[in-house]
Design a protein around this ligand. Structure first.
Ligand code: UD1
Ligand code: CA
Length: 447
């Protein structure tokens, strides 16, 4: 049977006032990505035909971030936050013409697994709600079940003591047939303790209409929502410990797992070796067998097989390291392609550059890529040798097999096979050092 098409609704209109922040809650970073990127990534695994985010607080910024994360996603504004049911109602016009299953999730619930969403999306019940056994049910909505599955959800504020004693709680994630969901949501009222349109009331409405409603359960850790900075920090810790375990499981050596930090999208090949205190920002791919030595920071870069980086190196966005490249200590690389076998051992900045195969970059080399207004490129050929402390004033090209003398300031292109020297000529003045020192000491003695 072919899979039913899926549409995703991500609720992200809430203020998140307990974050004490000017930044909308769903844009706070978890594992290098905006909070909402996590739920969105899980949802995208369902290959949804439509993705609709409901925005409200900070809608402009949230919309912009969403467009970067998923250019095909649509946003709809919920000008006033009148409840989760009201939020879903705002998304209904964008579901016109869609026949399939709708999955509703929250932008602030990062750990929901794609497998769990798939189970909900493919569930035979007309409405399927994701629930969990809560260690501390607190203020979660309670799931009231009976012989025919789920009967209703009662919000904490509206629950009597017997209902509050139920430990099976509502995660907030729900899936239903598109046409049915629209009909149910239009029937919602706000006659309850909070005066809100509760999405959770669709359960009782569906049951009244003779529909089948069921619960899918998952582990509580999947439903964790972020409301405070402390919860964000705890979620970061939880993400990192899972990412470390997964890396070890996938055949990656971590010399001291607790000190390695991953991003949501970090991709590392088998047999890579990662030393102590390495931080991966977003957008890093490391091929099999590459080695990242201790105390490196990497972001938006690619490291090919056989390459070694660090200790104490920084790879910034657009750094592309070819096979067997060596990048040593106190080297920063940004928007630069280093072809196979390039060596950059020490104390160097390469930005907006391309370096040909097997070229050696001496200690203290700097591509002077910024003139205060614009950025310029440095292109260095293959098998070249850049002497220590060379300043490459971009735009500039250095040819294949060319050589620059140590301490040179290279302002003009260097042809293939040429030696370029651009520095003051040395002059030796015999005996002057001693005479100068004597004069200085004599002056101090008189003073
Ligand atoms: C909701 C559920 C509750 C469940 C809990 C799980 C309802 C009525 N209650 O309660 O059963 O146990 O989640 O965490 O659904 N949002 C909007 N617009 C709104 C209101 C909320 O976009 O008008 C978004 C929020 O940004 C948030 C999510 O919906 O991402 C949940 O809203 P929240 O106010 O946190 O719901 P709870 O009261 O926690
Ligand atoms: Ca909540």
């Amino acid at each position: 049977m072919p899979k039913k098409p899926v549409a995703l609704i991500v609720l992200a209109a809430g203020q998140g006032s307990r974050m004490q922040s000017d930044l909308p809650k769903v844009l706070h970073r978890l594992a290098g990505a905006p909070l909402m990127a996590h739920a969105l990534a899980a949802g995208r695994a369902l290959e949804p035909e439509r993705v609709i985010a409901v925005t409200g607080h900070g809608a402009g910024r949230v919309g912009k971030a969403l467009a970067r994360l998923d250019p095909e996603a649509q946003t709809v504004l919920q000008a006033e936050q009148l409840g989760t049911g009201h939020a879903v109602a705002q998304a209904l016009p964008l579901l016109e013409g869609f026949a399939g299953r709708v999955v509703v999730l929250y932008g602030d619930t990062p750990f929901i697994r794609p497998e769990t969403l798939a189970e909900l999306a493919g569930h035979p019940a007309d409405v399927a709600v994701l629930g969990f056994e809560a260690a501390d049910p607190g203020r979660y909505g309670r799931l009231v079940t009976g012989p025919q599955g789920l009967e209703r959800i009662v919000e904490y504020k509206d629950a009597d003591p017997a209902t509050r004693a139920i430990t099976l709680c509502n995660s907030g994630v729900v899936s239903a047939d598109a046409a049915l969901l629209a009909e149910l949501v239009r029937g919602l009222g706000n006659d309850n303790a909070a005066g809100e349109y509760y999405l959770t009331d669709i359960v009782a409405l569906a049951r009244q209409a003779g529909r089948r409603v069921d619960v899918v359960t998952c582990d509580e850790s999947e439903t964790l929502g972020i409301n405070t900075r402390a919860e964000l920090a705890a979620a970061e810790a939880a993400f990192q410990s899972r990412a470390r375990a997964a890396a070890l499981e996938n055949g990656i050596t971590l010399s001291d797992p607790a000190t390695v930090w991953f991003a949501l999208d970090t991709a590392i090949g088998r047999d890579a070796v990662i030393g102590q205190n390495v931080v991966f920002g977003p957008g890093v791919t490391i091929e099999s067998g590459a080695e990242i030595l201790p105390f490196c920071h990497l972001e938006g870069c690619h490291v090919s097989a056989g390459a070694s980086v660090g200790p104490f190196a920084r790879l910034r966005p657009g750094a592309e390291l070819g096979g067997d490249v060596h990048v040593g200590n106190f080297v920063e690389i940004k928007n630069a392609v280093l072809h196979d076998g390039v060596k950059v051992g020490h104390l160097t900045y390469l930005g907006d550059a391309e370096v040909g195969e097997a070229t050696n970059i001496g200690a203290g080399t700097v591509t002077c890529n910024y003139d205060g207004v614009g950025k310029h490129r440095t292109v260095i050929g293959a098998n070249a040798f850049i002497g220590s402390d060379t300043m490459l004033v971009a735009p500039v090209r250095v040819g294949d097999r060319a050589l620059t003398g140590s301490g040179s300031v290279i302002t003009q292109d260097v042809p293939d096979d040429a030696l370029a020297v651009g520095r003051a000529v040395q002059v030796n003045k015999p005996g002057l050092a001693t005479r100068l020192m004597e004069a200085l000491r004599a002056r101090k003695g008189n003073g």
